[in-house]
Design a protein around this ligand. Structure first.
Ligand code: NAD
Length: 255
């Protein structure tokens, strides 16, 4: 079945993996609504280039993923057939020094926002007897890492939420899955390097090679486009029997 003419809402899609999801879905004819923060001129440039490159409509909603009322209003306005829960942030710090406001923000954006988006989207999808929900989890939904307590907890929680939502919607034509990438070179990874250097007493080179790439047996970063291609597959009809899964795309990390 073609995805042409469906509508996707991609949270956290003004950069990195989210933007790749939006472009990959647009490339198969899906109208997209992007979301996230950034300079208005940069966001407009990305939005209009999706429309120009793929001949679909691309909207933008700046809902803050820490605010459940804004998330619900965004989902209701977009009325998506496809919901990609992707917004995420990272904070690196030992537990005893972890600022409470950072813990709250990481849990809110990486975990609670997906719950609130699903809560609003599932009734819309149930009424249509069709829906696809894909959440960007992480290799950290299956493994831990020192100094990333909030992120590891949020992503493990997200994996549980995906399984629960899949069971609740299994007879409604809706699938709910997680994708768990290894390291993808995006602003999120770049921004964690200084705190990782401090927490592990390492140089930038050591963090790159001994922390980021060392965990991936392929010794290569995963690309945003590879992750996005997996999401497009999960949205297609060939994947309709896949629900409640948490698919690794991590260069062998979790093996
Ligand atoms: P990124 O920093 O490029 O993108 C994050 C997006 O989330 C941006 O669009 C940003 O504006 C948005 N965002 C952040 N806070 C927000 C808020 N309060 N409200 C709305 N939007 C907000 O990072 P990325 O690496 O592309 O991350 C995307 C997802 O992929 C995240 O969930 C992340 O945990 C996950 N992930 C990333 C990697 C990696 O190595 N980059 C690996 C595994 C999982």
């Amino acid at each position: 079945m073609s995805l042409k003419g469906k509508t996707a809402l991609v949270t956290g899609s003004t950069s990195g993996i989210g933007l790749a999801y939006a472009r990959a879905l647009a490339a198969v004819g899906v109208n997209v609504v992007i979301n996230g923060f950034g300079k208005p001129e940069d966001i407009e440039k990305e939005r209009s280039s999706i429309e120009a490159d793929f001949g679909v409509t691309a909207g933008y909603d700046g809902a803050d993923m820490t605010k459940h009322e804004q998330i619900a209003a965004m989902v209701e306005a977009a009325a998506p057939d496809i919901l990609i829960c992707n917004a995420g942030i990272q904070h690196v710090s030992p537990i005893e020094e972890f600022p409470p406001e950072k813990w709250e923000a990481v849990i809110a954006i990486n975990l609670s926002s997906a719950f609130y988006a699903m809560r609003a989207a599932i009734p819309i999808m149930k009424a249509r007897k069709w829906g696809r929900i894909v959440c960007t989890a992480s290799a950290h939904s299956k493994t831990a890492s020192p100094f990333k307590s909030a992120y590891v907890s949020a992503k493990h929680g997200l994996a549980g939420l995906v399984k629960t939502a899949a069971l609740e919607t299994a007879t409604d034509g809706i699938t709910v899955n997680a994708i768990s990438p290894g390291y993808v070179w995006t602003p999120l990874v770049e921004h964690q390097i200084p705190d990782t250097m401090k927490a592990r007493n390492m140089t930038r080179e050591q963090v790159l090679h001994d922390v980021l790439l060392a965990g991936q047996p392929t010794k290569e970063f995963v690309t945003s486009e590879q992750v996005a291609a997996l999401a497009v597959y999960l949205c297609g009809d060939d994947a309709k029997a896949i629900t409640g899964a948490n698919l690794s795309i991590d260069g062998g990390w979790t093996a």
